[in-house]
Design a protein around this ligand. Structure first.
Ligand code: GLN
Length: 547
């Protein structure tokens, strides 16, 4: 195909309408018709990337292979499309300004006054087109964060207006996602907020080509006609996005509504074949028809906000479907785990996952949870900080190194079993300075992880400053905490396991980032399997013994 086509997704009326899921679903349908598609997110905040944001602000920070700390929507893109994203797929206002200011300092603007228009808007346009110009994609879908009318989004909207004008209507299209609220007192769906939102977009010079309407109730034919007339779009371009029981239903719902056909027609692209969603639908059938059920405890400190552990929750959905198991994930706040509460909080579970995290809060609760899982032979999965907690627990309670700790929590611990990485010692800036992105790891053949991956060399994504302290390796190994995955170049310990336990695995990396619908992560699959086995054998045996 000669030139790349661009689709922009804007949002109106309310935030949190799920632009990311609509973008990912459209991309899925286009990909399933054979198009090469990627999705990009433009975020209007001033942080250079979300790496410095607390998860309570915007949920999880997603990490790409190339080590970019990004918005969690990129996780959805990868999970839906099964193709990796990169730094170019997430751009923030902070990054745009940083780059323009750096150019100004280098004197690249030749004495001109540097302004939002054209310099910031040009930078935005360039960033949008980087993916298109790579030659790797037929269609680039760009999601504009925020809501139309926000002060922060204005330069992005202006950049989209200019690009649409430059590229022409058959090369660029705008999808506007809005909300059609239902007033129960009146028993009616209301279109006015959408009309206003489309008008706001018009004031910035952009005409929406497609309206995707989030709604709790079906849109009638009359209502669609009314929306089309007042919002100046074709009737077939009024797309209903009704609340779904799972986000993975959305591609099929968009297919039924013809979103992909409307887009392809406007972009003058062929729409003759039907999208091949066979694998996707097999996954959905398995997801919706589980044969077993397990309950996993997710032990973390950001549990109040579901989005903080988005990729972990999604990885459980993928692995659950693969095993035909319904995985109930219950959040357990690590701050409230102590000797008095632990049995009540954990004993009834079929497995626990100790989550990634930073800082001191909730640490002791996590260590207690690990101890419980180790002693009770409850399947255990530790991710990043969760793995570090397992090393501390083993050092304290099996090796007898009282007060063993991570220097992240206690700088003067007599036993720094988790230590600051050497290359981190001279770092003072917080943003983008962790050990990030994909690194190799070599697995020991006789291990749970090798059994899961069936490969000797794996590559996984990272986001950490601290590491397993190799000075304690010999003692820990002798005492039964095996190191079954190591970075072949640096010797950094990536994986620990207890051989004498049904499933006790801690990983320094983040397997959840690489789990997709098409490729559920092998460790999540194995962990869910172990939880099923525990539920069926160990737990039932305990119950029958009255324990
Ligand atoms: N805080 C720990 C570290 O920096 C773990 C990080 C994480 O869980 N992502 O090493």
């Amino acid at each position: 195909m000669a030139n790349t086509k661009y689709v922009f997704v804007t949002g109106g009326v309310s935030s949190s309408l799920g632009k990311g899921i609509i973008a990912a679903s459209l991309a899925k349908l286009l990909q399933a018709r054979g198009y090469r598609v990627t999705i990009q997110k433009l975020d209007p905040y001033i942080n250079v990337d979300p790496g410095t944001l607390n998860p309570y602000e915007h949920g999880e920070c997603y990490v790409t292979d190339d080590g970019a700390e990004t918005d969690l929507d990129l996780g959805h893109y990868e999970r839906f499309l099964n193709t990796p994203t990169s730094q170019a797929n997430n751009v923030t206002t902070g990054r745009i300004y940083q780059s323009v200011i750096e150019k100004e300092r280098r004197g690249e603007f030749l004495g001109k006054t540097v302004q939002v228009v054209p310099h910031i808007t040009n930078e935005i346009k360039e960033r949008i087109q980087i993916l298109g110009k790579s030659g790797k994609y037929d269609i680039v879908i760009t999601e504009i964060g925020g809501t139309v009318g926000d002060i922060e989004s204005l330069p992005y909207i202006e950049a989209v207006r200019q690009l649409k004008w430059e590229l022409g209507d058959t090369n660029a299209l705008v999808i506007h996602l809005t909300l059609i609220p239902y007033l129960s007192a009146a028993g009616e769906l209301k279109t006015k907020p959408t009309q206003h939102s489309v008008k706001t977009l018009m004031e910035s010079g952009i005409k929406a080509d497609v309206l995707v309407c989030r709604t709790e109730h079906e849109l009638s034919d009359d209502l669609r006609r009314k929306l089309a007339l007042f919002c100046n779009v074709k009737k077939e371009a009024v797309i209903q996005s009704i609340d779904a029981s799972t986000i993975y239903d959305v591609p099929n719902l968009m297919l039924e509504e013809g979103l992909d056909t409307v887009v392809l027609n406007q972009l003058v692209l062929r729409d003759d074949d039907t999208p091949n969603l066979e694998k996707w639908n097999i996954f959905l059938t398995k997801h919706k028809n589980p044969k077993h059920e397990v309950t996993i405890g997710l032990v973390g400190k950001y549990v109040e906000l579901q989005d903080s552990y988005k990729s972990i929750l999604e990885a459980f959905i993928h692995a659950g479907a693969e095993n035909e198991v319904k995985v109930n994930v219950v959040s357990i706040h690590s701050e409230y785990i102590d000797d008095d509460t632990i049995t009540k909080k954990i004993a009834h579970l079929d497995g626990i996952l100790v989550a990634p995290g930073f800082g001191e809060r909730g640490i002791e609760g996590k260590i207690k949870a690990v101890q419980f899982a180790r002693e009770q032979k409850l399947p255990f999965f530790g991710i990043c900080l969760g793995m570090q907690m397992a090393v501390i627990e083993y050092s304290r309670n099996v090796l007898g190194l009282t007060n063993a700790c991570s220097v992240e929590v206690n700088e003067t611990t007599p036993h720094p079993v988790i230590n600051l990485m050497e290359e981190q010692k001279s770092i003072t800036d917080m943003g983008g300075t962790m050990r990030l992105g994909a690194w190799d790891c070599e697995l020991t053949q006789d291990s749970k992880v090798f059994e899961a991956y069936q490969e000797k060399l794996i590559s996984e994504r990272h986001r950490h400053r601290y590491e397993y302290n190799n000075e304690y390796k010999e003692q820990l190994e002798k005492a039964g905490l095996k190191t079954t995955g190591i970075n072949p170049k640096t010797g950094l310990v990536e994986i620990i396991e207890i051989a004498d336990h049904p499933w006790f695995v801690g990983v320094q990396y983040h397997p959840e980032y690489k789990s997709t619908v098409a490729n559920p992560h092998p460790l999540f699959i194995a962990f869910v399997k172990a939880a099923v086995a525990y539920a069926e054998h160990t737990k039932s045996a305990k119950v029958s013994q009255g324990l």
